[in-house]
Design a protein around this ligand. Sequence first.
Ligand code: SF4
Length: 370
Amino acid sequence: MILFGNQSLDPFGDSTVSDYERLFEIFGIQPLAPLLSSFSVRHKYLDIGLAFGHRDIERILEAIKENQPFAVMSGIKPSNRYHMGSKKIADAVIYFQKQGGFAFYCIADIEAYEVNGIRPDESKLTAIDNVADLLALGLDCKRAFIYRQSKCSPVHNLAFQLASKVPMSLMTAIYGEKPFGYYLASIVQAADILLPQTEESSGPRPTVVPVGADQDPSIRLTRDLSVKFHGQLGFVKPSALIFKLTRSLGQSKMSKSKSETCLFLSEDTETAKNKIANSMTGGQPTTHEQRSLGGNPNSCPIYETMIYIPKTTTQDLAALRDQCRSGRILCGECKELCANLFTDFLNKHQEQKAKYVSLAQCIVEEGTCG
Ligand code: SF4
C-alpha cells in the first residue's frame, strides 16, 4: 500500500483517493482534460471526468487517427461476479476495440490464487460468468484474445524473463512489504500487459490499458520493465487510461468482498432495488436542507450508479447534477429513478448474457471463440 496523507493506493486491497489531482503531482499521472478534444469518439466516461488521467494516451490517439494497429489490454481477477467497477473497465475495452484495437482480456486466476487463495480449478466457474458478462456488454470475441493466466504459456515465459530484471527493492518500493506471491502476481500481470507487444502476438504495437487509479502502481512497474526490455524485445511503454475508483454504496471503493454495498450485474432486481434504497447519498440530512442547500453529486454513489447505466447520456447526467445541486430533486426521488433505470438495464443485460454462457464456457475451457 502507498500512503499519501490520508489517502492510499493498494492494487491488492482497499484504496482511498479523495483528491485525484494529487496523483498528478505524486505519481506523474497526466491529466486527461487537456486532451479530451483529441478523442474522435466521445464517451460519457470521458466527458464527465470518470476517466481523469492517462499515461502516454497520445500514442493510442495517433494510432486511431492514422488507422494503425494497436491493442487494448485488461482483465479481471475471477474472485467474484462482475460489479460496476468491472463493467467500467469492460466498457473502456469495448470502446477501444470498436475503434480498431485488438483486445486482450486476461482472467487473472494466478492472482486470484496468490492473493485470495482460490485455486484455478475453483475460479473457473466465476471466470465463465465474468466472460459471459464481458460478451453481453459488447466485446467482439472474434477480435479478442481472452485467456486464463494459468493456461497461457507465453505469459509464463515472459514473466520469467521480466523477473530477471526486477530487484526486490523495486517491488517493496512500489507495493510495500507483501507476501512474495503478490510480487509474483504483479510480474505475471506485467507479462499480461506486455503480451500484445511480443512477436507471437504480432507486436510490438502500442497498447492501452484502461485501469482504476489503484492499479497505477502496476502500470508503473510494467512501464519500467518495458524500458529495460526495449533493446532485447522492442517493447514500448504501454499507455494507460486511468479512472477514478468506483464508489461503493457505502463510503469506500466498491469491493466485490463487501457484497452488501456493491451492485453486481447478476443481481436480482429486488436485491438491487434494496441496495439502492439503502445506499448512502451526497444529499442533506433533511428535506428542508436539501431544498435550500442542494446535494453533492460528486460524493454520491447513486449519481455514480447513474453514470454506469447505459441509457443515461452526458446531457442526462449534467441535468441530474444541476437538479441535485439546486435542491430541485430529493434523494428519495433520485433513488427511485436510479432503481428503475438500473433494474431495466439488469433485466436486459441478464437476458443477453444468457445467450453467451456456452460461448464463455468454450473460451474459458478451450481458449476458443467458436
Ligand atoms: Fe445523490 Fe440524487 Fe441525492 Fe443528489 S439528489 S445527492 S445525486 S441521490
